[in-house]
Design a protein around this ligand. Structure first.
Ligand SMILES: [Zn+2]
Length: 356
């Protein structure tokens, strides 16, 4: 029951377009004070101007979206190639400033009357998610809309269980900052939870207009492809897709030793470690009888021997590096593995004296 209730809690996504700006700091301070997160659809050129602000937005747990580079409608909606280029340039600018790649896009002016199906399709095919809104705070209806009017516009809006509020973050929107605390208070009072837009949030998108505001050529396959290629290239993470090399840390009684990723190997679930390093770590001694091809190690007063052929040598010649299976070898030294924990950057093993 409790879960069902939680899931049914209405959610509001506050979105701030056109920043970052000199006001972002104040917006962030209010959000922090109120304990809520928002989504900032940034312009590439403003990210270049205020990279530290963009970074702080991310650091404080808010989401970033792409709002094109310069917001010039006639350019963006005159030709899809320009829109795509601005999205890519902004993607890069945001990444340079924050280390984040965002797939969220908001069309300047919204998609209605600006996007045709080709715009929607090309962006979707590349993997961008286009978000319009369903509550317009009206803060950019004209210059200098007073805070009071912004608040009453929001409060007078039809609210669904999922609300995406359009607000602005730019130097001409000081009134939006003034209105923000009351806008937040309003949604809190209505029982809304606040969240940031992510790739998992189904976007609100306006329907297609019957007639566009612009005359332009159709989006071409080449334009679609070049955007998709940009995404494929920038989202490929070779360093993350290959498993990161992990060190192996062994705690055995009061001994502790670390095997570098290149100093141990895992074959079919069996961990093999260099005998020399293991014995040294366990405060034991090792003797090599080269004439007979035998290695002997003494640990905990237990003497264990290996013949050359047991450790991958041939005849009586020992390999230059003797690798032994860890679990088995510890057992022969009267120790057992109690616990293995693997994290992103290391494997950690705890072993102790076996009771028998
Ligand atoms: Zn905008």
């Amino acid at each position: 029951m409790e879960e069902a209730k939680a899931a049914a809690k209405p959610t509001v996504y506050l979105t701030f377009d056109d920043g970052p700006s000199q006001q972002t700091k104040e917006v962030l301070a209010i959000l922090k004070r109120e304990g809520v997160k928002g989504t900032f659809f940034m312009l590439g050129k403003e990210v270049k101007r205020y990279p530290a602000m963009a970074k702080q937005v991310v650091k404080e747990g808010h989401a970033i979206g792409n709002h094109t580079y310069d917001h010039v409608y006639a350019e963006l909606y005159g030709h899809f190639a320009v829109f795509a280029k601005q999205v890519m340039d902004t993607d890069e600018a945001i990444f340079q400033a924050t280390g984040v790649r965002t797939n969220l896009v908001r069309a300047p002016g919204g998609t209605y009357g600006n996007f045709d199906q080709g715009y929607f399709d090309a962006l979707a095919k590349a993997g961008y998610i286009v978000h319009d809104w369903n509550v317009d705070s009206g803060d950019s209806k004209r210059v200098g809309v007073p805070a009071k009017e912004i608040i009453s516009t929001v409060e007078g809006s039809k609210l669904s269980s999922k609300v995406v509020v359009l607000m602005h973050d730019s130097s001409i929107h000081g009134e939006s900052v003034k209105a923000l605390p009351e806008v937040i208070a309003f949604f809190k009072k209505k029982g809304y939870q606040f969240a940031v837009l992510t790739d998992q949030v189904k976007p609100i998108q306006f329907r297609l207009a019957e007639t566009l505001k612009w005359k332009r050529a159709k989006v071409t396959a080449a334009e679609t492809q070049s955007l998709a290629q940009f995404m494929a290239r920038t989202r490929a993470k070779p360093e993350n897709s290959a498993p990161k090399p992990q060190s192996l840390v062994l705690h055995a009684g009061d001994a502790e030793m670390t095997f570098a990723p290149e100093d141990y190997r895992m074959t079919n679930g069996t961990i093999e470690v260099p005998l020399r390093q293991l014995v040294a770590g366990l405060h034991g001694i090792i003797r090599l009888d080269m004439s007979n091809g035998v290695a002997e190690a003494v640990v905990n007063n237990q003497s264990v021997s290996w013949t050359a052929s047991e450790v991958g040598g041939s005849g009586k010649s020992m390999p230059s590096r003797i690798m032994v299976p860890l679990r088995d070898t510890l057992q022969r030294f009267q120790m057992i593995i109690n616990r293995i924990v693997a994290t992103a950057d290391k494997r950690e093993i705890w072993a102790g004296q076996s009771s028998i």
